[in-house]
Design a binder for this molecule. Sequence first.
Ligand code: GSH
Length: 240
Amino acid sequence: MIDLHYVATGNNLKIAIMLEETGLEYRLVRYEMFRGDHLTPEFRRINPNCKLPAIVDRAPADGGDPFAVFESGAILTYLAEKSGRFIPEDPRGRSLCQQWLAWQIAGLGPMHGQAHHFIRYAPEGQHYAVARYRSEAERLLHVMEYRLAGADYLAGEYSIADMACFPWLGGLSLIGLTLDALPHLAAWHDRIAARPAVQAARQAIMDENRALYARAKAELTPEQWSAMFGDRMHRASRTL
Ligand SMILES: N[C@@H](CCC(=O)N[C@@H](CS)C(=O)NCC(=O)O)C(=O)O
């Protein structure tokens, strides 16, 4: 049994997709991040970085104590190794999978994340930051388009690299981007969206809370801002 500590956002959808794809037994533990549910000493023992998702594997392969894993890329890799699925076995395919997974974690996620931050959350007037992150977010979509013009999936076969990248396409309109001029990326997106496991994962975690996190312009109360970007969030990562 695996506990998935989650909030209804794309980073968390990655893990729900993998759990549905593998059929591993899991239990959902839901958080509301505007309320600061993740800023507790209990959750910090699971993820020292106080971010979601995180998992706790209650039946790890070594038969030992429950094992916590944080960072969505590390969680996907852990689950791929545990299940023996969705990571290619041949060395080239495996390396390709790791390359695209690293690219998502180090590039696509942070750049799109900053675009969302400056366009949707920051006070008006952040022109340089908005232009910088939106153009970089768009450039990264073209990188995927280039790869997918020559392959159905990022690592050749469907893998955790696709699961990691797929959710980032769900909020493009919120940052003023579309797939209109990216036919291979759009076709890849539709192929993945049609998978029963992906639909089940969306249904499982993109619940009514999703609406909270998918507004074009988020107006946060001072308390919500503090829990997300301000004092409360910083304090939670400083104290022992
Ligand atoms: N690099 C992390 C990113 C995790 C992350 O930023 N999660 C967001 C939700 S998508 C979060 O927990 N935000 C709460 C906060 O920043 O206070 C991963 O891939 O797991």
